[in-house]
Design a protein around this ligand. Structure first.
Ligand SMILES: Nc1nc2c(ncn2[C@@H]2O[C@H](COP(=O)(O)OP(=O)(O)OP(=O)(O)O)[C@@H](O)[C@H]2O)c(=O)[nH]1
Ligand SMILES: [Mg+2]
Length: 257
């Protein structure tokens, strides 16, 4: 059964680069049949050749001009348009021939509030669910983690993605080659309970010291059995662990027939 992985994460976290690196690695090392799909109408340059590209239907630029919108309004419009075109999109490669592929990797825009956190994404994922059990890889940018609250808020966006979609979400910490605070990033992966203790003793005053440990305890409750992995789309380290994690998440939430 095909594994469909949607890469989600804040702007610039490395979704596109990671899909490119992971897709190439899967082809070269495991000889798997991989299809790459672009759902970001705003991207100007893609490092990979997609089998399906939403820009064949519309681009952000066209929407901005046609509807006289700014970039954010145009992203909102684009996510509504994806739903209008849903049947047509799913009648195209690779969705029309999923038996030809082992994995389909889907790229999404970083403007999560304009797609993932909108009603459109529910319809999109319901459609994917008809093909296979969708897995979401949530990409966290290690170079954006400097403090405990950075670590927790980015991690928590993944928890919210899980709450919104109801799907299995595996967090992945990307850009470890340029991590701002590698020890803190590592804590999410290796000892999230430790992060909780640190946050409890957080010297900062007021709400943060109360809210942050609460957020961590919710994240811990919802994290499931998967240990996040640390990767770099640039140096390619961690790609094997990422594959193992995706496979594990797929096997434990769907059947393999
Ligand atoms: N050093 C380093 N840079 C990275 C890594 N992954 C991505 N980048 C860089 O980070 C920037 C953003 O990467 P993208 O792959 O475009 O990120 P994205 O999440 O697809 O961005 P949006 O689609 O705009 O949300 C680019 O300059 C990449 O070269 C990494 O692992 N290490
Ligand atoms: Mg991108």
């Amino acid at each position: 059964m095909v594994i469909i992985v949607t890469f989600v994460g804040p702007a610039g976290s490395g979704k596109t680069s990671l899909i490119n690196a992971y897709g190439s690695w899967l082809r070269k090392e495991l000889f798997l049949r991989i299809s790459l799909v672009n759902f970001d109408p705003g991207v100007e340059y893609l490092p990979y050749k997609p089998d399906f590209d939403i820009r064949e239907f519309f681009t952000l630029k066209e929407i901005m001009e046609k509807y006289k919108l700014g970039p954010n309004g145009a992203f909102l419009k684009a996510s509504e348009m994806i739903i209008d075109y849903l049947d047509e999109i799913f009648s195209r490669e690779p969705f029309s021939n999923i038996e030809n592929y082992d994995l389909i990797l889907i790229d999404t825009p970083g403007q999560m509030e304009a797609f993932i956190f909108r009603p459109s994404s529910t319809l999109f994922f319901r459609k994917l669910e008809k093909l296979s059990k969708p897995i979401i890889v949530f990409v966290i940018d290690a170079s954006a983690i400097q403090t405990i609250s950075d670590a927790v808020t980015l991690w928590f966006l993944g928890v919210l993605t899980q709450a919104k979609t109801g799907l299995t979400v595996v967090p992945v910490i990307n850009k470890i080659d340029i991590a701002s605070n590698v020890e803190l990033a590592k804590l999410i992966v290796e000892k999230p309970e430790e992060l909780f203790k640190l946050a409890k003793n957080y010297s900062s005053e007021g709400l943060i010291s109360e809210v942050v440990p609460e957020l961590i305890s919710i994240a811990l409750k919802t994290k499931g059995a998967y240990r996040p992995v640390m990767v770099s789309a640039e140096t390619k380290e961690g790609l094997e662990e990422l594959h193992f994690l995706i496979h594990e998440a797929f096997c434990s939430c769907g059947d393999l027939t």
